[in-house]
Ligand binder design. Structure first.
Ligand code: MRU
Length: 361
């Protein structure tokens, strides 16, 4: 007799992240937790127009590649609801204009472009505006569910790599809030902890916008996982002392050869890990893989305002008028990566082969 699979919603891990919903569809509007105000304020925003979603993405109120993809999909659903055109052609032109605005928010997170492309395909396949609007809402919710389920699956697979007693170093924020699901790198860590493994986490603060100090520390605290917050520049100290068992980070876009764009500072960590012979893992859903890019050189890197470097939460820390650079991401060449954890399996070298196989399957 075959047993019916347990619904995901009945899973205790699901309940854990469901308590902190990064983004939620409310029928004709979207509610997001404003991540730019964490950890001191837990403020929710209700957004009715796609332009509001676009500025929430650009302003990092909703952030993290999978969550940005979900927000983009809901943004297009909101745009569709506002379009008055009755002819399909006119409707699609207006929808495309909204999709342009949404895709110009943040250039690196691959999930955004994939979600928008999927939404536009659904619109093109529809009959008339009334039916297309409904189909777009269904598709956006489906994209959200798919991302969320993928993160739980990959977290379970990745947890196998974590042994009892491990100290794991992670960077930026890759939990429920960044993924609109369970988490990627932080999901793997949470799963290992939920499985009863005694682990310790070193979480980097992640300058300039402190996603590690503000959000990862907040999520780790809520999950009762033992951790220490460190500044980005302390990572080498802990690796050199032999205190780090492995590193796990997320990804914003992965090229076909395994080169991975992730939060600025990831490349430095990967080089240090190789020097110290420490495994360096990437955890990401397959929606982060961009099959149109042969290598990481082609991944567009977002350049953000220099003020994010010269100020911390609005307070100036550098002399007025200094020039600052602010690339938000860097690319880690695949040679530094030990394995890529996805919901469809753990990909090991040669990555090109493994990634192609997963995409084709
Ligand atoms: O600029 P952000 O905060 O949107 O950065 C994205 C990230 O959180 C990370 O780069 C992360 O490691 C990948 S997304 C889960």
């Amino acid at each position: 007799m075959s047993r019916k699979p347990k619904p995901l919603t009945a899973d205790p891990s699901w309940a854990t992240f469901n308590r902190m919903k990064a983004i939620e569809w409310l029928g004709d509007r979207v509610r997001i937790l404003d991540q730019s105000r964490l950890p001191h304020q837990r403020a929710y925003l209700e957004l009715k127009r796609y332009q509001d979603i676009a500025s929430a993405i650009a302003g990092l109120k909703i952030r993290g590649a999978p969550a940005i993809g979900v927000a983009g999909a809901y943004g297009l659903a909101l745009a569709a609801l506002e379009i008055k055109a009755r002819a399909k052609g006119d409707f699609i032109s207006e929808l495309r204009a909204a999709s342009q605005a949404l895709s110009h928010t943040r250039p690196t997170a691959g999930n955004l472009f994939r979600a928008i492309e999927g939404m536009l395909k659904v619109a093109e396949a529809g009959k008339e505006p009334g039916q297309i609007k409904k189909a777009l809402i269904t598709e956006a919710v489906r994209i959200h569910d798919e991302e969320a389920e993928a993160t739980l699956k990959l977290s379970r697979l990745g947890a196998e790599l974590i042994k009892d007693g491990f100290t794991i170093l992670t960077h930026c924020n890759t939990g429920a809030l960044a993924t609109a699901g369970y988490g990627t790198a932080l999901g793997v860590i949470k799963q290992a902890f939920e499985q009863g493994k005694r682990i310790r986490v070193l979480a980097t603060e992640t300058r300039p916008l402190l996603q590690g100090a503000r959000i990862t520390a907040w999520e780790l605290k809520q999950a009762n996982i033992p951790f220490q917050l460190i500044t980005d520049s302390m990572a080498g100290y802990f690796m050199g002392r032999g205190e780090v068992s492995c590193l796990i980070v997320g990804a914003d876009r992965i090229a076909l050869n395994g080169d991975t764009a992730n939060k600025i500072g990831t490349y430095t960590l990967a080089v240090l890990a190789k020097e110290h012979n420490i495994p360096f893992y990437i955890a990401a859903p397959t929606t982060t893989i961009d099959p149109s890019l042969a290598s990481g050189e082609e991944i567009p890197i977002e350049q953000r305002s220099p003020e994010e470097v010269t100020r911390i939460q609005g307070v100036a820390i550098a002399p007025e008028g200094v020039e600052a650079a602010n690339p938000a991401f860097d690319v880690t060449p695949h040679r530094y990566i030990t394995a890529i954890i996805t919901e469809s399996g753990i990909i090991r070298k040669p990555f090109g082969e493994g990634i192609r196989k997963i995409i084709n399957d």
